[in-house]
Ligand binder design. Structure first.
Ligand code: NAD
Length: 277
């Protein structure tokens, strides 16, 4: 009889030690998913640059709280993601503060829900600028340094709406499909430089962005707010549960690890089975 001697289990380094000291910019991280990712990164020992809008005093409290809880460097940039020169400034500031930018998470995003006939052109332009073009400008500003150092992680927070459409979201669906195309192209251009570029595709996460679209969707579809939550939002997700910001944060951390080095150009759904239907 052949006996197999079991090998001792190899000790897997905790994620925190692997990523400690890396620096990440997370756009749109004063709220919702971006804030969740920033906290998950900080918990893994990464320095983070926060970005986004909100009352400055509250943002400063948030910045200090993350710094204190996780013992990492936390900076903040108020750059407007619809303005390419402010995006370049934000990247320069992150470099001045932390030395280099190892990870860029393009997360800032806005939404508007309205039928195509009346969809305001200004909303179309703003959604394309913030949800899509800002990622192009951010990647352009960080990629040379990543290539030189032969390490980098680009994470684009897309959406289930990068994979499938819903009515009344023409600009958002177009921007998110475009963001996935950008992700794949950058992945191919950087594949030999130790850089990965991936799109995270969340389903519904109960953040201010979704809270705001509940009454808009109710109006567009002639439903009550409760019916929108039950029959539109959670109807799309077989789990019947909202995705959490912690779950998205954990996926983003994983994409930064060595274990994920061969995942590039991918669209990673985290949507309770939405797009399996
Ligand atoms: P949110 O409204 O809670 O947060 C959006 C963040 O972006 C905020 O920090 C806000 O200040 C910032 N922001 C908005 N406009 C900006 C600008 N011009 N410049 C800089 N920052 C700006 O929304 P969220 O739900 O956390 O969304 C974050 C990302 O996740 C978006 O790209 C969104 O499309 C995507 N997403 C969200 C869901 C969801 O269900 N919440 C699902 C799929 C994808």
């Amino acid at each position: 009889m052949i006996s197999f001697k079991r090998k001792p289990l190899s000790k897997v380094a905790p994620v925190s030690s692997e990523l400690a000291g890396r620096t990440a910019i997370i756009t749109g991280s004063t709220s919702g998913i971006g804030l969740g990712i920033a906290k998950s990164f900080a918990a893994s020992g990464m320095n983070v640059m926060l970005n986004g809008f909100g009352p400055l005093a509250e943002i400063e409290l948030m910045r200090k709280a993350i710094e204190k809880e996780f013992g990492v460097g936390v900076a903040y940039s108020d750059a407007d993601m619809s303005k390419p020169d402010e995006i370049a400034d934000m990247v320069m500031r992150a470099r001045e503060t932390f030395g280099q930018v190892d990870v860029l998470v393009n997360n800032a995003g806005i939404q508007h829900v309205e039928a195509i006939e009346t969809f305001p052109t200004a909303k179309w332009n703003a959604i394309i600028a913030i949800d899509l073009s800002s990622a192009f400008h951010g990647i352009q500003a960080v990629v040379t340094g990543m290539k030189e150092r032969k390490w980098g992680r680009i994470i684009n927070v897309a959406s289930a709406h990068a994979l499938v459409a819903s009515p009344f979201k023409s600009a958002y669906v177009a921007a998110k499909h475009g963001l996935l195309g950008l992700t794949k192209t950058v992945a191919l251009e950087t594949a030999e430089f130790g850089i990965t570029a991936n799109a995270i595709c969340p389903g519904y996460v109960l953040t201010p962005l979704v809270e705001k679209q509940i009454p808009e969707t109710a109006k567009a579809r002639g439903l009550s707010n409760e019916e929108v939550i039950r029959d539109v939002l959670l109807h799309a997700q077989p789990t019947k549960k909202f995705v959490t910001t912690e779950q998205v944060g954990a996926l983003a951390v994983f994409l930064c690890t060595g274990a994920a080095a061969s995942i590039t150009g991918a669209a990673l759904p985290i949507e309770g089975g939405w797009t399996a239907q």
